[in-house]
Structures are given as C-alpha cells and as structure tokens.
Design a protein around this ligand. Structure first.
Ligand SMILES: Cc1cc2nc3c(=O)[nH]c(=O)nc-3n(C[C@H](O)[C@H](O)[C@H](O)COP(=O)(O)OP(=O)(O)OC[C@H]3O[C@@H](n4cnc5c(N)ncnc54)[C@H](O)[C@@H]3O)c2cc1C
Length: 367
C-alpha cells in the first residue's frame, strides 16, 4: 500500500523546508522529497563556493520573514554555513524528508493525489511543488538515461573510477575540478573523461585557470570533443550503461563507421544546463498562459506563466506551486480577473509563500 500524507512537498529548498516545518508545527502529516543527496541541494549546486547569503527582501513587500528560523542572518554567512545550519534544523525538528527522490508526475485518485517518484508512489491530499527555477536538462538518448547524475553531490564517490562528465561549459568544468582535487588527495590516477557535443569547450578565464592548475598538479583528464551521448541500455550483467559516440566518419555505400565508449551510468555526470519548469507543468497538466503584447510588465511577450489563485493553487485541484518555480512572475486569478504578479526569486519569497500555502491548506483540511 502507498504511504499517505496530508501534504507532499516536492523540493528541499527554502520553500520546501519552510512548508515541511509549518506542516510539522500545525500537525499536518507531510513528506518532503528532494532529488539531490541532501536538503538545499539546489542552493549547494548553484551558489559559488564561499558566497555570502543575504536576507534580501523586496522593497515593495512590507511582510516580515514569516519563518524566522530560516531567515539568513543579518551579518551575512557563507552559503556552506547557512546550508549546514538548515540541515541541522531539519534534523532537530524531525521533519520527514526523503532525499535522492525525483518527482515525476501526479495522477488523480479518489480522495488522494498519487505522486509518482523515482522511489515509487506516495499519496497525499495536497501536493506542493517547490522545485525552484532551475531544472537540470535530461540527456536525450535512445532508451533511458535517468540514472545519470545531473550534478556533483559527493566527489569522493568518483575516487578509483573512470568518470565521464558531459557538457562544455563552466559547470562541467567545475565538477571536473572538484573530482580531480579529490582524486589527487587520494592518489587516484584513474582519468576523468570530459565530453562535449561541440568541437570546442567554452569556459571563462577564471575556471580555465583553476582547471589548468589541477592538470599541472597531475590531474588526469581526457578530452572528448565532438562526442554524442546515444543510447541508455542495460548490459548482460544488469548494469545501466551510457553509450557515447566519440568519433564517426561516413564511408561509401551509406555506411557509418564510429567509435563509441560505454560507461556505467553511475560513473556519468551530465552538466548540460538547466531549463525553466514549463515542461514539468505541461507534463502534469497545470495551465499556463502566454503573455500577449503589452499585457506583462515582468515577463516577455510569448513567455508562458503559471495560472494560480491567491493561495498559490494551480488549475489542477490540490496542486500548489511556490518559490523560485513561479519566479520572476506568474498570473494571479483574483475575483475573476487575471493579472501578472511580480514574484522575485528570493529566499524570503519562497519561505513566505510556503507559510501562506500551508496555512490555507490547514484551514481547508480542518474544515
Ligand atoms: C548564485 C545565487 C545567489 C543567490 N543569493 C541569494 C541571497 O543571498 N539571498 C536570497 O534571498 N536569495 C538568493 N538567491 C536566490 C535564492 O537562492 C532562491 O530564491 C531560493 O533558493 C528559491 O527557493 P526554492 O525553495 O523556491 O527553490 P530552490 O532553492 O531551487 O530549491 C528547489 C529544490 O528542489 C529540488 N528539485 C528540483 N527538481 C526536483 C524534482 N523533480 N524532484 C525532487 N526535487 C527536485 C532541487 O534539488 C532543490 O533542492 C540566489 C540565487 C543564486 C543562483
């Protein structure tokens, strides 16, 4: 039997953690699922090392931080310290969190919504989507490549293994630098392969310098320019593998000759950029509206904005969306009118959205 909750929360960033905490305080059963290794994985992946975190608040919003416990301190702390503090907080409060769990879809049930995830199905009366604004792109290959990591949660995992990093930009280079550093500390000489579909890699000067330093210190890196991930398959021993074509040429008679390499998917990291959450909204069937000329102040003409009530409920009953997932603006349905609502992407906004939504859900469920 699937487990049942009052609220299932998708995403363990500031919005999701605030929502879980308020559920806990109000006595609503909850489960927070996070695709990363740990709470605040999204922030850990996107902030540069050592960056200060500020308790920024939009000028036009008079409301205080509604969950003081998650407010970054006035005297800014580094992102690493803030993450550590929040992870302790989550543990101390005993919030119900399942990491390494990817949200996939929602199906309707009689009394409960069914939430399909990479770890099976859960049932909840309400679903709160707090997955932020930056959804990593999936590799598009024949077959399934879901096992491929989309970021680096623990560089130690790659010690002693030949690792493949896919992507030609700064984030791929950063991942490689971290793995090479860890391998160097462990005297591991196994290479890191760096593959990119284009013939050239495109990183900024500062990243190139750090990468160069690692190579000079003995980092074993093999470049695979012009390489294309092709197939996700399971081998005879049941290992999920990714086949990547590393070179090809055409010979007469319509024949293609190519070299390919096949890596266990658990040794592959794809850093191929991120996209907005619109594809997820389409998949789960919540309505968006395209901005017509002159209608939107924040969004550009043609951008598709999510349609939400003033309680952040989407057009799919029982499904709410908050935080970075609806920034920088959404369409608010208010007294029969629809208007674009500015929604800055800040910790403050995510946390306060969570407070409003869970209050509204609690009021409805307790009726
Ligand atoms: C470099 C940088 C610096 C910033 N500095 C500040 C600052 O100083 N102060 C400030 O107020 N704001 C700052 N921001 C903005 C702030 O980080 C965001 O507004 C905030 O993190 C949004 O919170 P959220 O909970 O909506 O989403 P996120 O923090 O993005 O959290 C979403 C979580 O959902 C998870 N997830 C995604 N997809 C799935 C899925 N399919 N299944 C399960 N889980 C999923 C992600 O792994 C992530 O952990 C900064 C942003 C950046 C990029």
């Amino acid at each position: 039997m699937d487990q049942k909750y009052d609220v299932l929360i998708v995403g363990g960033g500031p919005g999701g953690v605030a929502a879980a905490y308020i559920c806990h305080k109000l006595g609503l059963s909850h489960l927070l699922i996070e695709s990363g290794k740990a709470i605040f994985q999204g922030i850990a992946n996107t902030y540069p090392e050592g960056k200060n975190v500020y308790p920024s608040k939009p000028k036009e919003n008079p409301e205080p931080f509604l969950v003081e416990e998650l407010r970054p301190p006035d005297k800014p702390v580094t992102v690493e310290k803030y993450i550590q503090y929040v992870q302790h907080f989550v543990q101390h409060e005993g919030l119900n969190v399942l990491t390494d769990t990817q949200f996939e879809n929602i199906e309707d049930g009689r009394e409960y919504l069914k939430v399909l995830t990479s770890r099976g199905t859960f049932q909840a009366k309400r679903v709160l989507l707090a997955f932020g604004s930056s959804i990593p792109k999936e590799l598009s290959v024949y077959g399934d490549a879901k096992m491929v990591a989309k970021g680096l949660d623990d560089p130690k995992k790659y010690i002693g293994v030949r690792t493949l990093v896919i992507g030609g930009g700064n984030s791929a280079a950063d991942v490689i630098i971290s793995i090479l550093k860890e391998k160097r500390n462990a005297n591991d000489t196994e290479p890191v392969y760096w593959a990119h579909v284009a013939e050239t890699f495109d990183v900024n000067k500062e990243t190139a310098q750090r990468l160069g330093e690692e190579i000079l210190l003995g980092g074993n890196i093999r470049l695979l320019p012009g390489a294309t991930p092709r197939i996700g398959e399971v081998d005879d021993e049941g290992v999920d593998r990714l086949v990547i074509r590393v070179s090809e040429d055409k010979i007469p008679g319509g024949i293609e000759r190519y070299h390919a390499m096949s890596f266990p998917m658990k040794n592959v990291i794809a850093c191929i950029g991120s996209q907005g959450p619109t594809s997820i909204y389409d998949r789960i069937g919540v309505q968006t509206i395209a901005c017509a000329e002159g209608v939107c102040q924040v969004a550009k003409e043609g951008d598709r904005l999510l349609l939400l009530t003033s309680d952040f409920e989407s057009t799919r009953k029982g499904v709410y969306v908050i935080g970075g997932a609806i920034s920088p603006s959404y369409m608010r349905i208010n007294k029969g009118a629809i208007q674009e609502e500015r929604h800055p992407n800040l910790i403050y906004t995510a946390v306060n959205d969570a407070h409003h939504v869970i209050d509204a859900i609690a009021a409805k469920l307790k009726k």
